[in-house]
Design a binder for this molecule. Structure first.
Ligand code: E4P
Length: 216
C-alpha cells in the first residue's frame, strides 16, 4: 500500500516528502481553504513541485460542462495533477469524458461499493471511499474499501482504491489488510504511524548503556 498525504499545507508536505514514504497528495476544497492568502493555483503548483506523484485537485462545479472545463484548466497547472470529481450523474459523465482524453481522475466522496463500481466503469483512475466519515455515521467504512478492492480484482478493473478520511493509525493498518492500493493520511497521522513508546524507551536505553560503557 502506498501513502499519500491528505493536506494542502506546504510545510507538512515538505516535511512528509523528506521521509521518502509519501508518493502523492490529495487536497479538497476544505483543505485548500484552510491555507489562507494563497491561491488554489499557487498551492497546487507548489505541491506538484515538491511531490512527483499524483496530486489530486478537486473541481468545484456541480454540472458537467463546468466540471470538464475546470478539469481541463487544472491539468495545465502541472503534469502530475489528478482531477478529483465527486460521484454524481454529472461527475460520472465528467470522469468518462476525461478518461477518454487520458486525464487521470479521482472519484471522491465515495460511500458505497456501487458508487465505486460505477466510478471505475466510467474510467476513474482512483476511487476514494471516505472511511472516517462512514464510521462517523455507524457504517463500516473499511468494509467499503475491502469490497471495492475485491470487486476491482474480480473484474480486473484497473481503478485503484484510495482509503480516505483516515482518522487514526489503525485505519492505515486496516486499509493495508483490506488491500487498499493507497491510504491518504493527514500529516498528524503519518507522524503517529512512526511513533511507538517502546522505540523511544529503547533508543534512550541504548544511548544510556553506551554512555556508561564508554565512560568505564
Ligand atoms: C480525501 O481525498 C479527502 O480529502 C479526505 O480524506 C477527507 O477527509 P475528512 O473526512 O477528514 O475531511
Amino acid at each position: 500500500m502506498r501513502i499519500f498525504l491528505d493536506t494542502a499545507n506546504i510545510e507538512e508536505i515538505k516535511q512528509g516528502a523528506r521521509l521518502g514514504v509519501v508518493s502523492g497528495v490529495t487536497t479538497n476544497p476544505s483543505l485548500v481553504a484552510r491555507e489562507k492568502g494563497v491561491s488554489f493555483q499557487a498551492v497546487i503548483k507548489e505541491i506538484a513541485s515538491i511531490v512527483e506523484g499524483p496530486i489530486s485537485a478537486e473541481v468545484l462545479s456541480l454540472e458537467l460542462e463546468g466540471m470538464v472545463k475546470e478539469a481541463r484548466e487544472l491539468v495545465q497547472w502541472a503534469d502530475n495533477v489528478v482531477i478529483k470529481v465527486p460521484i454524481s450523474p454529472a461527475g460520472l459523465e465528467a470522469i468518462s469524458i476525461l478518461s477518454r482524453d487520458d486525464i487521470a481522475t479521482n472519484a471522491t466522496l465515495c460511500f458505497s461499493p456501487n458508487q465505486g463500481l460505477l466510478a471505475a466503469l466510467a474510467g476513474a483512475t482512483y476511487v476514494s471511499p471516505f472511511v472516517g466519515r462512514m464510521d462517523d455515521v455507524g457504517q463500516d467504512g473499511m468494509a467499503v474499501v475491502a469490497d471495492l478492492v475485491a470487486i476491482f480484482r474480480q473484474y480486473k478493473l484497473p481503478t485503484q482504491v484510495i482509503a480516505a478520511s483516515i482518522r487514526h493509525p489503525l485505519h492505515c493498518v486496516a486499509a493495508a489488510r483490506a488491500g487498499a492500493h493507497i491510504a491518504t493520511v493527514p500529516y498528524k497521522i503519518l507522524m503517529q504511524m512512526i511513533q511507538h513508546p517502546l522505540t523511544d524507551v529503547g533508543i534512550a536505553r541504548f544511548a544510556e548503556d553506551w554512555r556508561r560503557v564508554s565512560k568505564a
